[in-house]
Design a protein around this ligand. Sequence first.
Ligand code: NAD
Length: 260
Amino acid sequence: MLNGKTAIVTGSTSGIGMAIAAALAAEGCDVMLNGFGDAGQIEQLRAGLAERHRIRAGYHGADMTRPAEIRDLVATTVRQFGGVDILVNNAGIQHVAKVVDFPDEKWDAVLAINLSAAFHAAKAALPHMLGRKWGRIINIASAHGLVASGEKAAYVTAKHGLVGLTKVIAIEAANGGVTCNAICPGWVLTPLVEQQIAARAAAQGIPVAQASADLLREKQPMLDFTTPEKIAALAVFLCGDGASTMTGAALSIDGGWVAQ
Ligand code: NAD
């Protein structure tokens, strides 16, 4: 379905981003990976995707807190693959603390990676998409882009902002062949959430399995984690022709979290 297209997926060395990169590659899309991690493992991931799906795969180590590196990620992708058709703004971090205890540097980092990075990447990629009159920008927001929880000031602020940015880009690009949508997952079992579960288990002196069940019960009517592959399937749908008039939407995939 996506033969000949090129995608950048930020934060694709782990979790949801890795699943999205693999799903796009399975549709014949060339992919530029990004994110931190062990160099050998990243190269294995890159080479594995290229070989398995007979696509071109690259890796760029841009730090999403640095606008110049984000611009270089887009420029390098255009140089290597001839363009950028799909941008998935996925890289994200979390920090949990009450507002009064929230470290300033954590606030700055969460806002930079989860929100400002999407602005800088979209700003750099949009001219290439509009030039070809085809593009898809997918922002991985969160249920926390639509509702709040305590102790997540920076994350909730960034994700609400990302949903706002999604709408602005959608309006501006509406007649340029480019759509922009946000995906708002509930709980997905990735390293980002595993850390939170481990911290809760340690703080409360309970087994990890119980902390995990408590986490789900607290927020979701449906007591199951969404898998990264299901988020990826939604991203692939948004890249298809069936979604060509879907734009500016914040799509929940959250086990009923925000239905309450
Ligand atoms: P993860 O920790 O498994 O992966 C995060 C990725 O971002 C990694 O590849 C990491 O290397 C990369 N990254 C972190 N800081 C970076 C930086 N400065 N520059 C470049 N890359 C950086 O997390 P995940 O759960 O897969 O999260 C992916 C996205 O999904 C995030 O935006 C997160 O907020 C969102 N999300 C996750 C959940 C969930 O339950 N896991 C729910 C809703 C939304």
